[in-house]
Ligand binder design. Structure first.
Ligand SMILES: [Zn+2]
Length: 163
């Protein structure tokens, strides 16, 4: 299975195995092991939420209920990405917009800065967004066919229970 397959599946399911929006981080940690803590220093100084955690290269924004609000997989300029359950996936050949758009039925729109987004709605309260960039690096050439930059899933309709 390569990155294109995993991204296509993510567009349909909005999840990497057990990692999905609304999942409980403590429950995931039981089966997957402790996640990496990201930005720990900031947490220590103030009791701030949301907080960021990671499994492999998958980044998770977790709300004060310790549920996953957002899933992020950065792809740009990497040769491999580590996705739990799928191992280290080579990012070459790059996932191009033309190729991906042929496989995935989604809404496509672009912003002023030249990024192109393909969005799907795998579940009622979950939106997945695939950001494509026409520049793979800041000083790189402009590409004819934008390449996958990052994958994001977000949820809506959740209100945190006050502590
Ligand atoms: Zn919450």
């Amino acid at each position: 299975m390569d990155l294109l397959d995993v991204a296509t599946r993510f567009s349909e399911k909005g999840r990497f195995g057990p990692i999905h929006c609304g999942a409980s981080l403590p429950e995931l940690a039981v089966t997957m092991g402790e996640p990496q803590r990201i930005g720990v220093e900031k947490h220590r100084r103030r009791n701030v939420w949301p907080r960021w955690f990671g499994f492999g290269d998958v980044r998770l924004e977790v709300c004060s209920c310790q549920e996953i609000d957002l899933i992020l997989l950065p792809v740009r300029s990497r040769e491999t990405v580590k996705v739990p359950g799928f191992g280290g996936l080579p990012t070459l050949p790059r996932v191009t917009l033309t190729r991906f758009d042929r496989l995935v039925a989604g809404e496509v729109d672009d912003d002023q800065a030249g990024a192109v987004y393909l969005r799907t709605r795998p579940a009622k309260d979950v939106q997945v967004s695939f950001a494509f960039t026409a520049r793979e690096s800041w000083d790189g050439p402009v590409l004819d066919d934008p390449v996958l930059d990052q994958v994001v899933a977000t949820r809506s309709g959740h209100e945190c229970v006050p502590a």
